[in-house]
Design a protein around this ligand. Structure first.
Ligand code: FE
Ligand code: CA
Length: 496
């Protein structure tokens, strides 16, 4: 008998009685709750039931959303069917909420109540409210503990943005602090179980309970460095697309996504935008589903002709058009690109010669130049690019033309680091000096773990790099290693 069932009598008044539901032997809400994709009048509420008792049947889940932590002032309630087709997940989209305020929500099924989650709607259209949010990426379960989320959960934030590599697809490896519990994932069941494993982490669940998330994916939600319909190892297209469909569906299921992101065949629409009053518009990108293959055989190397080809695409035509239109029509102070792989041109080779990462925008030179030119000519207000993927922190000014160092700064890129991927990390002052020497637009580099906490208003953008010393042991304390500021209108970063 779980603790919350004892509270049933007290809680009964808040819920309508259920018709039929299984009697759970374990907590059906062990995979947690979440919320996300905030709009001024709605925010998606999510849970997924777990337990053998669910069988192959659909079950009704009740939900409530209230204006107070004690769930006294309930503003909406309803029922949603958790069906085995979507792994007994539910995605509630309660409309008619008030803008820019906190709400609390809870689910119930079979007489068992979920934890109470806290979430927040986006501010009203013309609101000048400042925005406080954190962004994170790359949380390999095997590489360490998600301690960074424990600290993030204690921050005073409105929102978390996740830039991908929420799970990793590989099998277990020895000598790690934690282990994956299945071989490399391929089937729908495999992927579902992998998300379930990651959600057993209490710090990750806690962050989801405290804040709405806006999520996008990178490669490891499917397979390392896949590009559109191609995987790394040359698997036949149809076979890979079947795997991708499994991965995409199992991504929708555990994420607090709106029904507009329901998987359709082997595709899923993930690029979308969110407005936070007149302060910021987030353009959430998908740089995996539509991209052309990594050029020049992938890896780090000089840009071969293929990397410079006009045939290369990172976003695909439709998404690229949408992005530019979304920036053009934006009236917000800050235009934020929630991006996956490093945008700035970065020569990683110390000394003579040059090497660029072909999986990053450097493998897609022409599309990158189109965006840089758009920043320079169309002048969208204050472009800021947020990036994950590379398991280290990089802060760069975006150049109107990266091949002309003297060209104008037209925006700023903040590359966060990983939550755990790569393990504890290293202090690499010589590497930082070398990278800066080769890349004058680069302002900062660090190869430690953590996340980035940002405060944004009409006058300035602030990003604090929050760093944990270790992830291979639990309980690390957190420190702010570096602070950056972008003044509105400056289009370049300063360290503070
Ligand atoms: Fe990663
Ligand atoms: Ca990645």
């Amino acid at each position: 008998m779980i603790r919350r069932q004892f509270l049933l009598g007290l809680a009964a008044a808040r819920f309508n009685p259920l018709r039929s539901a299984p009697r759970f032997r374990q907590d059906p809400f062990m995979l947690g709750i979440a919320s996300g994709d905030p709009l001024p009048d709605s925010v998606v509420l999510w849970t997924r039931l777990a337990g053998q008792e669910l069988g192959n049947a659909s079950h009704e889940v009740e939900w409530i959303i209230a204006e107070d932590e004690g769930l006294k002032k309930i503003v909406k309630r309803g029922k949603e069917v958790a069906s085995p087709q979507f792994a007994h997940s539910v995605h509630v989209d309660p409309r008619g909420l008030k803008p820019g305020r906190w709400y609390w929500y809870q689910f119930r099924c079979g007489g068992v109540e979920s934890p109470i989650g806290r979430t927040r709607t986006a501010p009203a259209v013309n609101s000048q409210d400042p925005l406080r949010f954190a962004f994170a990426s790359c949380q390999n379960y095997e590489h360490g503990y998600f301690t960074a989320y424990e600290h993030m959960a204690q921050e005073d934030l409105h929102l978390v943005v996740h830039l991908g590599d929420y799970i990793y697809e590989g099998g277990p490896s020895k000598g790690r602090p934690r282990q994956h519990n299945s071989p490399e994932i391929q089937s729908l069941t495999d992927y579902r179980n992998r998300y379930a494993l990651y959600r057993t982490d209490p710090d990750l669940r806690r962050a989801h309970e405290r804040f709405p998330f806006i999520v996008t994916w990178d490669d490891h939600e499917v397979d390392n460095n896949y590009a559109g319909d191609k995987d790394e190892s040359g698997t036949p297209r149809d076979q890979f697309l079947e795997r991708r469909a499994n991965a995409y569906q199992s991504y929708y299921e555990p994420m607090p996504l709106r029904r507009s992101s329901l998987p359709r065949g082997t595709s899923l629409d993930l690029y979308r935008s969110f407005d936070f009053g007149s302060t910021a518009r987030f353009h959430v990108l998908d740089t995996r589903q539509y991209r052309s293959d990594q050029p020049c055989g992938d890896g780090r190397k000089p840009q071969c002709a293929e990397a410079l080809s006009a045939e290369q695409t990172m976003l695909g035509d439709s998404q690229e058009k949408w992005l530019m239109e979304s920036m053009r029509s934006s009236k917000q102070t800050w235009n934020v690109l929630a991006n996956q792989v490093m945008f700035a041109k970065m020569d990683f080779k110390p000394g003579e010669g040059a090497e660029y990462a072909m999986d990053q925008w450097s493998g897609y030179e022409v599309p990158r130049q189109r965006i840089c030119r758009f920043f320079e000519e169309a002048k969208p207000s204050n472009p800021i690019i947020l990036t994950g993927d590379i398991h280290s922190s990089w802060v760069s000014n975006i150049k109107a033309d990266f091949n002309r160092p003297e060209s104008k700064n037209v925006g700023v890129e903040f590359v966060g680091t990983s939550i755990t991927s790569g393990g504890d990390g290293l202090e690499l002052p010589i590497a930082e000096a070398n990278f800066k020497k080769k890349n004058p637009h680069l302002q900062y580099f660090l190869a430690k773990r953590g996340y980035v906490s940002c405060t944004v208003n009409a006058n300035e953008w602030r990003s604090d790099y929050r760093i944990v010393p270790v992830v291979t042991k639990p309980g690390a304390v957190i420190e702010t290693r570096a602070k950056f500021r972008v003044a509105a209108g400056a289009n370049q970063v300063e360290r503070t």
